[in-house]
Design a protein around this ligand. Structure first.
Ligand SMILES: [Zn+2]
Length: 273
């Protein structure tokens, strides 16, 4: 069983424009269509059984319409697990998170570099409280592909969210903090949160970590708390699966990382279909 815990698609109408904007901003190229049919094709080629789809609201006004779309996409369960959008300025996070829960949405994604917040800022607390201990919170973590002047979601700030909300189910993307690996090791390894592997494996031009260090981080954190993620369409799901399968770790740990951990976290039952 293979679950990609970090992928992005958009409604058909806006997908090509949204991806073109992100390609330009990051100087990267998408390797597939960021649409429902596009990711299904990619999943078939890569033997990925399910993808967790992450959406980001760049304004509070987008929150409800993104969540309505994600609820529609959830009709493809268990192949797609859509996580909801939320925004630090959204006026009634409790009510919208309750609505998400009723629609079957299993968590949210927050992206500090698009949404301008610090994870440990107290104005974020109502969101964390509303997520309670059942919904999953995915943070973009660390720097960006194109370095930003000031990183908002540092590993130490994530650690302080864990201190304040010990029951919150947290995933820190990009192995806990893209290009902040020293801080990841200092503040996050061994803590009760998940780290995903999205956009981490070295590719030409983005060699910010060695495969040996990726294994060291996984091992030190515990293979039971690592999620395979790709950042599709910015990474090729087939190549990313091969990256995990090619690691010099035992098969039991590969199975946890590739799918079993995500199935448990998101309560995905691939056998019920
Ligand atoms: Zn991403």
């Amino acid at each position: 069983m293979i679950i990609d815990a970090h992928a992005h698609i958009f409604p058909d109408k806006i997908a090509s424009k949204a991806i073109a904007g992100l390609e330009q901003q990051y100087g990267v190229n998408a390797c597939g269509e960021a649409t429902v049919p596009g990711i299904r094709t990619s999943m078939q080629a890569a033997d990925v059984d399910a993808s967790v789809l992450l959406s980001i609201a760049t304004t509070p006004a987008q929150v409800e319409s993104i969540n309505n779309w994600l609820a529609e996409i959830s009709a493809y369960a268990p192949y797609f697990i859509g996580l909801g959008a939320m925004h630090p300025e959204y006026p009634h996070p409790e009510a919208e998170i309750r609505r998400m829960r009723e629609m079957g949405i299993k968590g949210i994604k927050l992206h500090s570099e698009f949404q301008h917040f610090y994870p440990d800022d107290e104005r974020m607390y109502p969101i964390y409280e509303a997520l309670s201990d059942d919904m999953v919170l995915v943070f973009h973590a660390g720097d960006e592909v194109t370095p930003v002047r000031h990183v908002h979601t540092n590993p130490d700030r994530i650690a302080s969210v864990l201190d304040s909300f010990p029951d919150l189910k947290v995933v820190a993307a990009h192995l806990g903090g893209y290009r902040c690996w020293d801080e990841v090791e200092r503040h996050l390894l061994g803590r009760d949160l998940y780290l995903d592997t999205a956009y981490v494996f070295p590719i030409p031009g983005h060699e910010h970590i060695t495969v040996e260090r990726i294994i060291d981080i996984m091992e030190a954190h515990g293979f039971g708390r690592i999620l395979f993620g790709t950042d599709y369409p910015f990474r090729d799901q087939r190549k990313e699966v091969a990256n995990i399968q090619g690691l010099d770790i035992d098969d039991r740990h590969k199975a946890l990382v590739l799918g079993e951990n995500a199935a448990a976290l998101f309560n995905i039952d691939m056998n019920g279909t």
